[in-house]
Ligand binder design. Structure first.
Ligand code: ZN
Length: 160
């Protein structure tokens, strides 16, 4: 079965940066399962998966504009240190979920002074070219419910 819109696809993948450092991998774990054709994975990867079938393997280089976007300076925010009151061990690299008009996003602490804390709302892979090694696993038709929800439902429990 070929991958087309509204197929549910399992892929095993290894993701590395241009220095060959492994950023993420499904090896030894569960494959990633996603609903194809609805933008649930990065555009550069989804485009290449179109038309592939179970057992296909490929390597792929994806530039930031087809992945998590360029690093956007507008997503850096300096906030008053008092907003982090009650967090004793505030340190660089800590991540917090904050609510925005566009829904919740994860921000990372990148600078701390006595007065202020600077947080970065960019995705941690923004601005980074990505290299994928992908093996396509099972491909099946999505259920009506999955298409309505816009995502794949795994074998485990699914809460809504
Ligand atoms: Zn759902």
């Amino acid at each position: 079965m070929q991958i087309t819109k509204h197929k549910v696809v399992k892929i095993h993948y290894t993701l590395t940066d241009d220095d060959g450092e492994v950023i993420d991998s499904s090896e030894g774990g569960e494959p990633l399962e996603y609903l194809h054709g609805v933008g649930g994975i990065i555009p550069g990867l989804e485009r290449v998966l179109e038309g592939k079938k179970a057992g296909d393997q490929f390597k792929l280089h994806v530039e930031p504009e087809d992945a998590y976007g360029d690093h956007d300076e507008d997503l850096l925010h300096e906030v008053d240190r008092s907003q982090f009151e009650g967090i004793d061990d505030l340190e660089l690299g800590m991540q917090f979920q904050v609510d925005t008009d566009d829904g919740p996003i994860v921000v990372t602490v990148i600078e701390i002074t006595d007065e202020t804390v600077t947080v970065d709302g960019n995705h941690e892979l923004a601005g980074i070219p990505l290299n994928f090694e992908v093996t396509v696993g099972d491909v099946r038709d999505a259920t009506k419910e999955e298409i309505e929800h816009g995502h794949a439902h795994g074998e485990g429990c699914h809460e809504h």
